[in-house]
Design a binder for this molecule. Structure first.
Ligand code: ZN
Length: 122
């Protein structure tokens, strides 16, 4: 932690990355889930009376669609966990203050958020 301007920049970048992960993951997961579901349903309907090549192709592509869905879902979950982690880091630790400047630490701080003095025991 070099200085406050750096921290603010990193926080902004991290927030933008989280937003992108959640947006891309959420849209991708929703679109791929419905596309895969529709493809498999079509495939089942096409093969229910007679096995057809088109039906098999639909089911195979639909199954691959669920793999794509899983990847987007993981992206979404990583974004959500990053938000949860970021929120957790902002909880004030009421049990200790910086011995150098008296600023109260946040729970996950390793250095003083104000003067950068390394925190004892962390
Ligand atoms: Zn301090």
């Amino acid at each position: 932690m070099a200085n406050n301007a750096n921290n603010a920049l990193n926080n902004e970048k991290a927030a933008a990355a989280r937003k992108k992960l959640i947006k891309t993951g959420g849209i991708g997961a929703a679109v791929s889930f419905f596309a895969a579901f529709a493809l498999i349903l079509t495939g089942i309907l096409l093969t229910v009376n007679k096995i057809t090549a088109a039906g098999i192709v639909c089911i195979v592509i639909g199954a691959l669609g669920f793999i794509v869905f899983a990847v987007f879902l993981i992206m979404l979950l990583i974004g959500v966990f990053m938000v949860a982690g970021g929120a957790g880091a902002k909880v004030l630790d009421t049990t200790s203050v910086c011995p150098a400047c008296g600023t109260q630490y946040f729970v996950n701080d390793k250095d003083c958020p104000s003067c950068g003095t390394p925190r004892q025991g962390k």
